[in-house]
Design a protein around this ligand. Sequence first.
Ligand code: B12
Length: 354
Amino acid sequence: MGLLFHDGFGVADHQTAEEVTALLYSRHPEWDVKFGPKGRKACADDVYNTLLYLATATATERYDLFREYLSWLRRLLAQINIAPRHLADMLVAMRDALAGRGMNPDSPELTFLDDGISDLASLGAETGSLPFAETHRADLASELFSLLHRGDRGTATTSVLNWAETLGVEGVYLDVIEPCLQEIGRRWHDNQLNVAEEHFMTASIQVVMARLYPLVFQASRIGRRLVAVCAEGELHEIGMRMVADLFDIGGWDTTFLGAGVPDTAVIRTIRDRGCDLLAISASLAINVPAVTRLVSALRLDPQCSHVKVMVGGRAFNQSPDLWRRTGADGWAGGGREALRTGNRLFEATAEPVS
Ligand code: B12
């Protein structure tokens, strides 16, 4: 197991965010009147989040994570009429504040900021997922989206149960529900869905998934155990849950813990319930260090020395080979590959796999 992250979280703190915000506002005194106190608070939050992504990118030595975030932020700001040049102003203020503290111009932080500033003009405005229409069952995914958007949970549920009869749980999860959730995310990002609409649609999808459970627990057991959890700080749990269900369908006994479980409790569960494979999910790149911490804690526990680890989620799909920095034994990009990869880890000559 190699390591992993250098201690690079020094720049991501609220004091630095306040300092950068103050510098930015001193350069744009009109913003206080234009955006008011709420705007200043939102600006400090954006600066803080950007510092977190910068710290994650430098700690993992992956500039692409920072670039992806900038591209995402640029699109978000554009929807609320904040011009890309203001994002550039923020990055310049960040660079000046850090350089003013005597940070080495060749440091990864200043280098990534300089690269970000020069890339900004050419960045695409990424959504990070396939356009709805290009997915395999766009017809059904779009129907599910429309039903939920209208608030028709009843028809959405019966439709999904019907589709599962022909597509199976895997097909419904990966070809209908996953693209539908991506579309929900895209429309939220583009300010076309508000948070309440997004929450309602997501919660409805979780209810529909629960109705599919009788189909999940049918396969005969193969005698392997999976514990599945989200990285600390990570609230996106549906992807991890889908993967755990697909392992169940593949004959594994699974314990899905979801979000918000402290590392010590994860390790206690592994000891108490038994586990061959620990699966950890991270959707946001800033939670990748938490994945590494959990893997390290597991490796330090002699009672868990036999346990293999597989990681996945959007964060790992953004940067090839990022998973290797976590000390995991394997990674899979999506639900279809996850079970195959998990099983391969237990073949006699298993090497790290992706
Ligand atoms: C629903 C949702 C939420 C819900 C989650 C509820 C829940 N109980 O899960 C809530 C409201 C909590 C939420 C919050 C936030 N969200 Co959100 N959310 C989404 C949304 C719409 C769907 C997520 C989802 O379930 N996708 C479907 C699943 C099936 O896909 P998946 O997770 O990628 O999983 C697949 C693979 O990655 C893989 N996989 C996943 N885990 C694992 C693990 C292993 C071991 C393996 C092998 C494979 C694997 O297999 C799965 C099946 O193929 C996405 C949009 C999107 N494109 O996904 C945004 C999205 C992820 N959210 C986003 C954001 C920004 C946020 C917030 C920061 C918003 C805010 N300002 O508060 C917070 C952050 C919360 C946090 N700390 O985690 C952004 C992230 C952008 C970025 N920079 O990365 C997205 C992409 C929306 C967007 N287009 O802008 N969100």
